[in-house]
Every structure is written in C-alpha cells, then in structure tokens.
Design a protein around this ligand. Sequence first.
Ligand SMILES: Cc1cc2nc3c(=O)[nH]c(=O)nc-3n(C[C@H](O)[C@H](O)[C@H](O)COP(=O)(O)O)c2cc1C
Length: 170
Amino acid sequence: MKITVLNGSPRKQNTAAMVEAFAEGAKAAGHEVEVIQVGKMKIGGCLACEYCHGKGEGKCIQKDDMEKVMPAYKDCDMIVFASPIYYFDMTAQLSAAIQRVYAIGKPTKATKAALLLSSASPNPFEGAIATYKTMIGYMGLEDAGIITAAGEENGSEAKLKEICDFAKAL
Ligand SMILES: Cc1cc2nc3c(=O)[nH]c(=O)nc-3n(C[C@H](O)[C@H](O)[C@H](O)COP(=O)(O)O)c2cc1C
C-alpha cells in the first residue's frame, strides 16, 4: 500500500516520534510511506469561494502548501492523520488540510485511515477522535486504528512499539 501520513505537529518531538514508529513498522511490512509535515506548512482555511467547483475544476484558488498535500488525497491507499492535541482538538494546520479536501470532494483512491494523537494530559482526545471518525465516514474510509499517547506515554518504548506493531500488521 501507498500510505501518506499527514503530521499536524509544527515541531519534531512527541507526534514526530509516533509518526517515525509508524513509518518504521509500515515500511518493514513492505508498504511505501510518505510523511507530509503539514504542521510546518502554510495552509489557509477554505474560503468557500466555490472556484474549485466551477472554473477551477477541482483546483483551489489559494496557491499555498495545500498543493503538496492534495496528491495524497488523490494517489494514496491509506491516510494517517497525526497530531498533538491543541485545546482538545487537532492542530489548526491539520484541520485546514482536512477541510481543503472540499476542492476534490473526497479522496479518490484511499480506502483506509488511522489516527495518531499526542497530548500532555490524560484524556483530551474526544474532540479530535469525533472529528476523525465523522470525517473518515464522510470520506468513505475505513478506520484501521486510533492510537493515543498522553503525558509520559509520549516517547515511551511501550507506546512506540505498540505503534510500530500496529503498522506492521496493516
Ligand atoms: C497551543 C497548545 C495547546 C495545547 N492544548 C492541549 C490540550 O488541550 N490538552 C492537552 O493534554 N495537551 C495540550 N497541549 C500539549 C500538547 O498536546 C502535547 O505537549 C503534545 O505532546 C505535543 O506534541 P508535539 O511534541 O508533537 O508538539 C497543547 C500544546 C500547545 C502548544
């Protein structure tokens, strides 16, 4: 499978470690993995201008880093959403990247999704998980799994192994 990971973290720390563990396991299982550092990108929110549904024919009027994310929605078999929790939700950059799928409607080829979340406190995941579940339902993707790391679980050998094993089993 061709797997794209959209990493919503702007820094290389806890979420990045989860993404690395995932990529290691998925590659070991023979999958092709591309990680897109969405959290470091400039991705504007949808302007609701409808250019994409008219003259643009599936292209957004905004010329920003979403041009680097869009191929994932068109070409990959599985999309992994990874994010730190910012105020009980995914980061704004990842949210924008998800909502900008509007230009093409739904991912063209992907059939599966997974979610990796990192937080400081014990259980602030409900909002991000609800967004993920409803959005992949809308996109027609099957949930392959959700893994969270809270507080001291971040970077722990046990958590990284859990993620690596999860990816190996895909
Ligand atoms: C702006 C901001 C908001 C945050 N909000 C929450 C929160 O609501 N709940 C929580 O447990 N942690 C929150 N955190 C902490 C991060 O989720 C946590 O440190 C996470 O492990 C960071 O991942 P990273 O190393 O990939 O950036 C917040 C951090 C920032 C910078």
